[in-house]
Design a protein around this ligand. Structure first.
Ligand code: ZN
Length: 414
């Protein structure tokens, strides 16, 4: 067996392990869900709502199983029949510039994956979310969003991939240092301006209107030295009934967004408690730790790439005798999926820890927040039919926020 064959075997194995592990974790989570309503849970749901939350979970679980099976079969088939090498050869026959081949190759993958994800996303929005009363989106809005997202990922992704491929062409195994500086600069830009620039393409952000809420918010922001001009109401209700709020940006370029659905369904005190949680993300500098970790992550991946990408066996594993940046990179990512899984687990555990810190901050800085935050979180969970009993492994892999009952328990003891 040649090295390329071994690599191919490794790639197929990792795709299969990833798939099976995902299925097992989903199954564990589905099984864990079926428990009688606990006294803590009864503060959130009545029996009917609880049954509805479990039905919602099961519907999503079954649909996810189906989409996982289909996407894994498609990817495995493409790898085994050498479709990626075929696409590379097809482009190579028609284009002579290597960088251009890479860009068109990646563009093709972005377009195919976006378009092939559309039916699942459509079903999820207009059948599942609709059935449980969450969906507010229209078909027109749905397709507008899809087109905008596709154009954005091409407009951002292609120049970036062109730059990296060019750096690789010039510097080869040393490319990772310069590529890392490029990515760090890009991610700095995205962390600072990303939401500011791209969110308004999808949603309207407007300052909080005058009134009781604004006064209460002003009072709180003053105690925190947080400028009210950075606080917006977002028209989330045009897509979904679910409630949320977010903090984004760095330094002077920061914003807190409150969903209009949140403002509508929470009392003034509860809304301010949620706002205090978002200010907590800012004051505890969570964006900076996330930024640092994301750059460390890129550094690890790029240095491994610098070490391995020159090996022609990577392209060969996918079926091409002509080594290319894009095929080698694709084989690399398929082979290194276990490493990126581990990095993802670390990242998401930071995120859960940050949520506790932000909840604590809310309690420490806003009088009465313990009770208001408690009530706000209960409403948030009820309105999104949250799973009260997720499996711990599922939480470790998928939850950026702690499970609701853990979060409520934390509020009690802070
Ligand atoms: Zn948060």
């Amino acid at each position: 067996m040649s090295v390329a064959d071994l690599l191919l075997l490794g790639i197929v194995l990792f795709v299969l392990i990833d798939f099976s592990a995902g299925m097992v974790i989903d199954y564990l989570n589905e099984r864990e869900k079926a428990q009688p309503l606990s006294p803590e849970g009864a503060e959130i749901f009545n029996l009917d709502e609880y049954a509805k939350s479990m039905a919602y979970g099961t519907t999503k679980y079954r649909f996810e199983m189906l989409t996982n099976v289909i996407s894994t079969v498609v990817i495995l088939t493409a790898i085994i029949v050498g479709w990626f090498a075929w696409l590379d050869g097809y482009l190579r026959d028609r284009l002579s510039n290597n960088l251009l081949i890479t860009v068109v190759f990646i563009a093709t993958l972005i377009i195919i994956s976006t378009v092939s994800n559309l039916p699942a996303s459509y079903y999820s929005t207009f059948v599942i979310e609709e059935k449980f009363g969450f969906n507010k989106s229209t078909e027109k809005l749905f397709f507008q969003d899809a087109v905008k997202q596709l154009l954005l990922s091409l407009a951002i992704g292609l120049p970036l991939i062109y730059a990296v491929a060019w750096i690789y062409q010039e510097l080869e195994s040393q490319f990772w240092i310069v590529a890392w500086i490029l990515f760090a600069a890009f991610s700095l830009f995205m962390f600072v301006f990303g939401t500011r620039i791209f969110l308004p393409m999808f949603n309207k952000l407007k300052p909080l209107p005058d009134g009781e809420l604004r006064t209460a918010v002003e009072d709180y922001c003053q105690t925190q030295g947080f400028p009210l001009s950075k606080l917006y109401e977002m028209d989330a209700s045009k897509r979904s009934t679910k409630l949320n709020a977010f903090f984004s940006g760095m330094g002077k370029v920061k914003i807190i967004g409150l969903y209009d659905t949140l403002i509508e369904k929470l009392t003034i005190e509860e809304t301010v408690a949620v706002l205090a949680h978002e200010v907590g993300h800012y004051k505890r500098k969570h964006v900076y730790t996330m930024f640092a970790f994301s750059n460390l992550q890129t550094l690890i991946i790029l240095s491994l790439m610098g070490w391995l990408l020159g090996n022609p066996n990577l392209s060969k594993a996918l079926g091409s005798d002509t080594p290319s940046f894009h095929l080698s990179m694709l084989a690399f990512f398929l082979l290194f999926s276990p490493v990126s899984t581990i990095l993802g687990l670390i990242n998401i555990s930071f995120s859960r820890r940050n949520e506790y810190q932000a909840d604590d901050y809310s309690i420490q800085t806003y009088p009465g927040a313990r009770e208001h935050m408690y009530n706000a979180l209960k409403k948030l969970s009820r309105e999104s039919l949250s799973n009260l009993n997720p499996h711990p492994v599922y939480v470790a892999v998928h939850y950026s926020h702690p499970p609701i009952l853990d979060r409520l328990a934390n509020l009690k003891k802070v």
